[in-house]
Design a protein around this ligand. Structure first.
Ligand code: F6R
Length: 605
């Protein structure tokens, strides 16, 4: 979603805000803008498209001032245009916003009646105009901003800046995250601590409904009831090396390559020092759980679908998986013997957070499987399980997916143990198998050259299918999602056995069909389905190990993967899925880290 930053500084802020926006650009890149206060002037610069355009604009038309706000936009209301770019300004106030104001049409009509017309199609300009209206009525800036906030419905993180007020910035959080940064004689606001990383490591996270009045001397927070609130100041350790490309061409390439280390670290963190027993939080217990629901969006949902196989086979636990945006609006049957797990890299995805809130108090336990430990889902779930993937900057999720799988698998082992399906020895056996994972991931990464060659063949196609059975079925869906979002090739993931029930009609010599098939118990069946494709001149690419490729017989194209234990296949086969999409994007020349129309951390419904 949109990224927000605000600085009350000691130096010229526009270049510093620009740098901070660079670290937030993954949240949206339809347009960007900065407003500053300089002596008695409030001025702004806005540019369409990526941040580089704003940066070019500022070279020719600098923006002086030591107080400023900035924004990088993912369009919701109004097309990506300069007029719709933030900051929005009305009279003496400028505003940047992440989220959606649901009652903006009503407010807009009210403002039109008093002669305050909009210049943009956005809901954000309504906030600026309403604040202007209150200021025109004689209210002081803070009073006007607070009166405006009282009228807003929806989800937002906001920062206000006022003409003539070089030492004042107001922030508000309702449904979208906002952090306050404390510097030396400087203060900051940011959508996340990452944006503020080089400026300060001292962060206060605002809570739901909080408003903050910031001057260079500090921050005064009031809660949703208008009471003064003391929110803890935390030290955030963000190693700069974790947020740069470390010599890789793209963040995605770096994040794919990090997986062996990330998975090793996550396994180490969640197991005993000898790595023979689980070391998950005390409170996590499945003894009185007889039903589990796993809820997430996008890639997290495919991780959930893989995990369903594990919870069922290792723990005998019935599992439902659902997309958060569907789960929250149907009437899911909840109960005291049900546990609910919410999987989210960002921990801020609006639908997943709303789904969590929907079940609070109506299930035995809620568990957040998150990458950002300070996120809303981490804070609001009964138990937060960190996946420890480190900052994921590329919009397409890669290392967070396999790290989610790791934590979900460890949870499934815990459920197996709690429910008497696995004894300590069996768990230790599975953990020993998991120890092999970093090495096997490295072996899969070593196939990058061959995968890049295969991707050449995808450069000119418009459609592709991915097939898999068992846990390879959701993996096929994840592989298709990666290809779609990175290369804009239309792709679908199907259960191998389902192909003949319809999609086989799509098969012709133009249709690449990538079959993800380790040599497991279901292999022969998958091969039969593959033969059905070959018989119709489909362009099969078989991804399997040596034994599988030998057994399958001749296929037009193949990729040799390392031999893997069944439990590890979804992790290891994620690597070719990710690299195929990455290299297809390179072939087609699309924007790898920031694909069109997308944004990371989707904080609107
Ligand atoms: C796909 C992708 C998205 C996210 C989804 C959920 O590569 O990244 O599908 O998985 O938007 O995001 P989180 O995990 O932050 O809730």
């Amino acid at each position: 979603m949109c990224g927000i930053v605000g600085i009350l500084g000691r130096h010229q802020v526009a270049p510093i805000i620009l740098e901070a926006l660079r670290r937030l650009e993954y949240r949206g890149y339809d347009s960007a803008g900065i407003a500053t206060v300089n002596e008695s002037r409030l001025d702004r610069r806005r540019a369409l498209g990526k941040l580089v355009n704003l940066s070019d604009l500022l070279v020719h038309d600098p923006l002086p001032g030591k107080a400023g706000i900035g924004h990088t936009r993912w369009a919701t209301h109004g097309a990506p245009t300069v007029a719709n770019a933030h900051p929005h300004r009305a009279g003496r106030v400028a505003v940047v916003h992440n989220g959606i104001i649901e009652n903006f049409r009503t407010l807009r009509a009210e403002l039109a009646q008093v002669g305050l017309a909009h210049e943009s199609d956005t809901d954000t300009e309504t906030i600026a105009l309403l604040t202007r209206y209150y200021m025109d009525q004689g209210m002081a800036p803070q009073q006007a901003a607070f009166a405006t906030l009282d009228r807003l419905e929806g989800a937002f993180a906001l920062a206000f800046l006022f003409q003539g007020e070089d030492d004042l910035m107001i922030g508000a959080r309702q449904g979208s995250p906002l952090a306050v940064g404390h510097g030396e004689g400087e203060m900051y606001l940011g959508s996340d601590a990452l944006a503020l990383a080089p400026l300060t490591d001292r962060i206060t996270y605002l809570e739901e409904g909080d408003r903050v009045v910031i001057t260079r001397a500090g921050a005064q927070i009031t809660d949703a009831q208008g009471r003064r609130a003391n929110r803890p100041l935390t030290r955030v350790a963000l190693d700069q090396a974790m947020v740069d490309k470390a010599g890789h061409r793209h963040f995605m390439a770096k994040e794919i390559a990090e997986q062996p280390a990330v998975l090793g670290a996550a396994l180490g963190f969640h197991t005993s020092p000898e790595k023979t027993a689980l070391a998950l939080p005390e409170g996590l217990n499945f003894t009185s759980t007889d039903r589990l629901v796993l809820v997430a969006c996008g890639t997290g949902h495919y991780a959930a679908q893989v995990a369903k196989y594990w919870f069922e086979s290792l723990a005998g636990l019935p599992v439902e998986t659902d997309i958060a945006s569907e789960f929250r609006y149907r009437q899911p049957v909840l109960g005291a013997r049900m546990s609910a797990v919410f999987i989210s890299q960002s921990g801020e995805t609006a639908d997943t957070l709303a789904a969590l809130r929907h079940v609070q108090g109506a299930v035995a336990q809620t568990v957040g499987v998150v990458n950002v430990p300070t996120s809303s889902i981490a804070r609001e779930a009964d138990i937060a399980l960190p996946i420890l993937a480190g900052p994921e900057i590329s919009v397409a999720s890669t290392k967070a997916f396999t790290a989610q799988l790791m934590v979900l698998l460890l949870m499934a082992l815990k459920a197996g143990q709690d429910r008497g399906h696995l004894d300590a020895g069996a768990v230790a056996g599975h953990l020993a198998t998991l120890q092999r994972l970093p090495g096997l991931m490295r072996a899969a990464l070593d196939r990058e050259g061959e995968i890049a060659d295969l991707a050449q063949g995808l450069g000119g196609v418009n459609h592709a299918l991915f097939l898999g059975r068992g846990p390879m079925f959701p993996l096929a869906a994840e592989a298709a999602l990666k290809l779609k979002e990175l290369s804009y090739i239309h792709a679908e993931g199907y259960a191998s056995g389902e192909l003949k029930h319809g999609p086989i009609a799509l098969i012709d010599e133009m249709m690449p069909v990538v079959v993800l098939a380790p040599r497991d118990a279901l292999f022969a069946k998958t091969v039969s389905n593959m033969q059905e494709v070959l018989a119709r001149q489909g362009r099969v690419v078989l991804v399997s190990d040596r034994a599988g490729l030998a057994e399958a017989g001749p296929v037009p194209e193949s990729l040799v993967m390392p031999q893997v234990p069944d439990l590890l296949a979804p992790f290891v086969y994620a690597v070719p899925a990710q690299l195929l999409a990455y290299h297809a994007a390179l072939v087609r020349g699309t924007d790898v880290d920031q694909p069109r129309n997308l944004a990371k951390s989707v904080t609107v419904e």
